[in-house]
Write a protein that binds this ligand. Structure first.
Ligand SMILES: NC(=O)C1=CN([C@@H]2O[C@H](COP(=O)(O)OP(=O)(O)OC[C@H]3O[C@@H](n4cnc5c(N)ncnc54)[C@H](OP(=O)(O)O)[C@@H]3O)[C@@H](O)[C@H]2O)[C@@H](O)CC1
Ligand SMILES: Nc1ncnc2c1ncn2[C@@H]1O[C@H](COP(=O)(O)OP(=O)(O)O)[C@@H](O)[C@H]1O
Ligand SMILES: [K+]
Length: 567
């Protein structure tokens, strides 16, 4: 059973505990839900199925404790390895160990559990019990007195007291943080609202200041579980043990940063119930591409296929100062597998780029005027014998730009990818609300700045709720939206959301977006639908970027052209 999702650096990695080893890979059916959906699932499990809350909390506590033990042992392995004292056998903890084989290895650990008044706190107290049984020292630090605690938290606190687990009340008792080796954050979970307040806020600040490793129960206190936005203050964690189902906010930055490694563990919510919940979205994996989108990630070709089978991409791009954009997009379309590609470009540019990509056809348009309304009609004529149009990379801004783009928007009876300057032209011309809805597939690929202009909000507002904004925009305008940046969000016009985890910070380099446009157009030409092409395109783009970065001394030296070579 796949029950773990690890978020390492840029990606969410699934850990497969099926007995075939402990390989990290981007596989599995990964869906995420909102905090409201999670609360409903908890309630249904408790009220309709009759599984008591205490059972879920017990499972949560056991899962958190197992992860702490695993973390402590991993740390020791690293220490030994760093010290050059030979390799320690790494233990794989499939289930919570009933005590550890070598208790001495954990006796120096002393973990502090920060306990909030809600059920997140109950999870933390239950975890403390299991940790004590594993040989760790544990101290509970309560944010509130018993009078304020939820029923479940109060019950857990009473059990801990009977077992003699040391506890303190924040603000009343003194505490020396120097004695601890790690912290469990069980202050706020899915019931959290707004900026942490009072004792909870002070405890978060102090926990961060200790520099100790922090493991979060469910979500980091101070992260918005639905958007990934940060409240102030916010826990900065090493690991987040997400309970039951992945929460949407952990898929997006900055929440993903605050969460550290994300691990998702079952807490006993019946699969039958979980299956009834419509996910807020999916993390793109091979399985999701196949099952949810019907894409074959292996990109198998018909043995009797010919270049006509795989479609012809037309790219309208480039200007005298940005000639490379058209080359990158067109070449990427070819590498993505389309049969043929033509680059429609300003006539004056053609002599300078002829032959740069021998496989590419050039179609100079616009005469001495370059881009404008006349050029749009030439592009539309070219499109009569081609399958897909991609417009925007390196276009620049020009007189008649609104008329140019509107002619293509309304007149292109084929799938259309709109990127870069074409998005800015679209925004300047009044945005999608002002233009009629297209009948054929339409994909917009904005980065956050372009998205802000399209939606008429600030870039910060875009980044505050990328999932929500992307979904609302795609639904409202009936288009497929690719909101770029690390953890690119693909939103389909039916409201489905896919989050990409491939890619590397090395891809933050000029032209990488042009490459993506070409890849997506290349997929459309091969017959994929808009959402298939967008989702598969961003997935492939990131994988190629990772491979290209791995070939260099540093990801920082990655060029956009390198991504194309690794497709
Ligand atoms: N449901 C279940 O049975 C199960 C739940 N489980 C676990 O419980 C978690 C959800 O539990 P929950 O709903 O009790 O919410 P939780 O986040 O612990 O506490 C919220 C409390 O804090 C307060 N508060 C809110 N915002 C605040 C702020 N900014 N700053 C300061 N205080 C703030 C607010 O009180 P208020 O201040 O509004 O009076 C509220 O009472 C979930 O994430 C999972 O870990 C599962 O393990 C299994 C079974
Ligand atoms: N840190 C990152 N991790 C993963 N992908 C990234 C990262 N930074 C940028 N990218 C990807 O690189 C591409 C950059 O596109 P864009 O900003 O349009 O660049 P340009 O306009 O220069 O071509 C996008 O697909 C984006 O998602
Ligand atoms: K928490």
């Amino acid at each position: 059973m796949i029950d773990k999702v690890r978020n390492m650096g840029n990606g969410l990695h699934v850990e497969d505990r099926s007995g075939k080893g402990n390989r990290s890979r981007r596989r599995g059916v990964l869906q995420f839900i909102s905090s409201a959906q999670m609360r409903t699932l908890d309630e249904q499990t408790i009220q309709e199925i009759g599984l008591p809350a205490a059972v879920l909390i017990e499972n949560a506590g056991r899962a958190i404790a197992a992860e702490v033990v695993r973390f402590c042992l991993d740390q020791k392995v690293h220490k030994v390895n760093r010290g050059g004292q030979g390799r320690l056998q790494r233990r794989i903890w499939d289930e919570y160990p009933n005590g550890v084989s070598n208790p001495n290895s954990l006796e120096l650990e002393h973990w502090l559990v920060l306990v909030g008044k809600g059920n997140n706190g109950a999870d933390g107290i239950a975890a403390a019990r299991y940790l004590v049984d594993s040989g760790l020292c544990v101290t509970l630090l309560y944010a509130t007195s018993e009078q304020e605690m939820s029923i479940e938290t109060l019950a857990q606190a009473a059990i801990a007291q009977k077992l003699g687990i040391p506890s303190k009340l924040y603000g009343r008792d003194d505490l020396a943080y120097g004695q601890f080796t790690g912290i469990i954050d069980a202050l706020l979970g899915t019931g959290s609202r707004g900026n942490p307040r009072g004792n909870v806020a002070e405890m978060i600040d102090q926990a961060n200041l200790t520099g100790l490793p922090i493991m979060c129960a469910d979500i980091p206190s101070g992260v918005d579980a639905d958007t990934g936005a940060l409240y102030h203050p916010c826990i900065q964690a090493r690991v987040t043990l997400c309970l039951g189902v992945l929460k949407a906010g952990l898929t997006q930055y900055p929440g993903a940063h605050a969460a550290g490694t994300v691990v998702v563990r079952s807490i006993g919510i019946p699969a039958k119930l979980a299956a009834n919940v419509k996910p807020a979205g999916f993390v793109l994996t091979d399985e999701i591409l196949e099952r949810e989108l019907g894409v074959d990630p292996a990109r198998l070709r018909d043995s009797d296929g010919h270049k006509g089978t795989y479609g012809h991409v037309l790219v309208a791009a480039g200007s005298s100062t940005m000639s490379g954009a058209g080359l990158l997009a067109s070449k990427a379309a070819l590498r993505a597998g389309c049969g043929l590609a033509t680059w429609a470009l300003p006539e004056a540019l053609a002599p300078h780029v002829a032959g740069a990509v021998p496989e590419l056809m050039l179609a100079p348009v616009g005469g001495s005027m370059g881009w404008g309304a006349a050029a749009a009609h030439e592009v539309l004529r070219l499109l009569e014998t081609r399958d897909v149009l991609a417009v925007g990379p390196g276009l620049g801004r020009f007189e008649e730009e609104g008329a140019f783009l509107r002619a293509l928007w309304e007149g292109a009876p084929r799938p259309l990818v709109v990127d870069a300057d074409a998005l800015n032209i679209l925004a300047a011309a009044g945005g999608l609300a002002a233009w009629k809805r297209r009948e054929s597939a339409t994909i917009l690929t904005p980065h956050p700045g372009e998205m802000a202009r399209l939606a008429g909000v600030s870039t910060a507002e875009v980044q505050r709720d990328r999932l929500g904004l992307a979904r609302a925009f795609a639904l409202e305008h009936g288009i497929t939206l690719v909101l770029k940046g690390s953890r690119t969000v693909v939103a389909a016009p039916d409201g489905r959301i896919f989050v990409n985890t491939t890619g590397t910070p090395g891809m933050a380099t000029g032209g990488a977006g042009d490459v993506l446009t070409g890849i997506i157009a290349g997929q459309l030409a091969q017959g994929l639908s808009a959402e298939q092409a967008a989702a598969f395109g961003v997935h492939l783009h990131g994988l190629a970027g990772e491979r290209a970065a791995a070939l260099r001394n540093s990801p920082a030296s990655l060029l956009a052209g390198d991504i194309i070579e690794q497709l």
